[in-house]
Design a protein around this ligand. Structure first.
Ligand SMILES: NC(=O)c1ccc[n+]([C@@H]2O[C@H](COP(=O)([O-])OP(=O)(O)OC[C@H]3O[C@@H](n4cnc5c(N)ncnc54)[C@H](O)[C@@H]3O)[C@@H](O)[C@H]2O)c1
Length: 357
């Protein structure tokens, strides 16, 4: 039974059970709603996030393990630990991004939930691009271009498909195995996904998502020379210092809307722009849709670095769904029972009796 002492474990099988009940398409819709809502909640002071931090590894491959924390005041504190190891698929048969999220009760500090963060990160990163694209891209966009065909590309496609009706999805990856297997991993109708040379993708796509594991210093990944006049780009892979996907010259010719000014200026495409060259943040755009409606007819970039408040929104969503559906196991993690002033109250009496005798 759920009590103030139990922690709900929403592990991969429990996440799968939630998805099975809700349905993947509906889950993307819920994630899009929650990510949009939390984007404007920060300005209102309802939620807050701390600057992320972690350990960066340069050998043998560039990677990191970092933590991202957020709070919904009066309710929940979330802390996500996330590893980024682009050698993982080839070396360890593991995803590049591996993650776990903890949710704590705001009032007591009690660990309420532990949930897989690998799926929820992919879900919210797709949802964030869908929210940004709905605000910044031509609503009649028909051709999606995906540069980088890994795990995030799948959820970019699925989230964006809830917002646009794509006739064609063009894909390109430096790794032919990733590019060729994408259509089957995308699980969309046959013929929708087509592998094309990068130059063709750039020239034909109405919306482009770059979700590559390009190494810091090795960008850009696209040329940006023959883009459509109102193309919208979601740049998902530029999320570390020196890791960038767009050519510098392109950034000067488009409106760049970061997910978070401070973080994107350190880790995103915005790290190469002066403060006055950066456009409105996505929360600003969402907060005044009329003022920014004209951006849909221009070239725009959503500089997605990934936010702790988005992770908070996902743990809240899964917590609610798992609670409602009775999914997930309940365990007691914290050493707490009986007398709150007695640190040994949870230990059997014979273990503590006679101490110091
Ligand atoms: N913004 C966010 O919120 C957020 C969230 C999660 C992941 N990410 C970033 O998204 C990127 C993709 O993550 P993933 O989980 O899909 O990784 P992944 O390893 O599953 O896929 C990355 C793909 O990019 C390809 N690639 C590498 N360099 C390329 C290049 N120059 N041109 C074309 N393709 C290239 C690789 O071959 C691989 O198929 C990573 O950089 C990750 O840090 C961002």
């Amino acid at each position: 039974m759920e009590t103030t002492e139990t922690t709900r474990i929403i592990d991969a099988p429990a996440v799968a059970a939630v998805v099975a009940h809700v349905g993947l398409a509906r889950l993307f819709e819920l994630a899009i709603e929650r990510v949009e809502a939390v984007s404007t909640a920060e300005a209102a002071g309802v939620v807050q996030q701390k600057e992320r931090d972690g350990f960066r590894f340069t050998t043998p491959f560039p990677g990191l393990l970092e933590w991202m924390s957020a709070v919904r005041h009066g309710s929940t504190v979330s802390v996500k630990a996330v590893g980024y190891n682009p050698h993982n698929p080839a070396k360890n048969a593991l995803p590049t991004i591996l993650s776990t999220v903890l949710a704590f009760d705001y009032d007591s500090g009690h660990l309420r939930t532990v949930i897989d963060g690998t799926f929820t990160t992919a879900l919210r990163t797709g949802a964030a691009s869908a929210v940004a694209s709905r605000a910044l891209a031509d609503p009649g966009s028909r051709v999606l271009g995906l540069v980088g065909c890994g795990a995030q590309a799948v959820t970019q496609l699925h989230a964006l498909s809830r917002v646009f009706r794509f006739d064609e999805v063009l894909v390109s990856d430096v790794n032919p195995a990733a590019e060729n297997s994408f259509a089957s991993r995308a699980r969309m109708r046959p013929g929708l996904v087509r592998s094309v040379p990068l130059a063709e993708l750039e020239a034909q796509a109405d919306v482009i998502c770059t979700a590559t594991s390009v190494a810091p210093g090795d960008g850009p990944v696209i040329r940006g020379e023959r883009l459509k006049p109102a193309v919208h780009l979601n740049c998902v892979g530029s999320d570390m210092p020196d890791k960038t996907e767009l050519p510098r010259e392109l950034l000067d010719r488009v409106t760049v809307c970061p997910d978070h000014h401070v973080q994107a200026s350190k880790e995103g495409e915005c790290q190469r722009l002066s403060a006055d060259a950066i456009g409105p943040s996505i929360s600003t755009v969402l907060g005044d849709p009329r003022r920014y409606a004209g951006l849909r007819a221009e070239r725009t970039v959503y500089d997605s670095t990934g936010l702790a408040i988005q992770d908070l929104a996902m743990v809240e969503l899964f917590d609610e769904l798992a609670h409602e559906l009775g999914i997930g196991s309940l365990i007691r993690v914290e050493a707490n029972s009986g007398d709150p002033y007695d640190p040994y109250a949870f230990l059997p009496a014979d273990v503590t009796s006679g101490f110091g005798a």
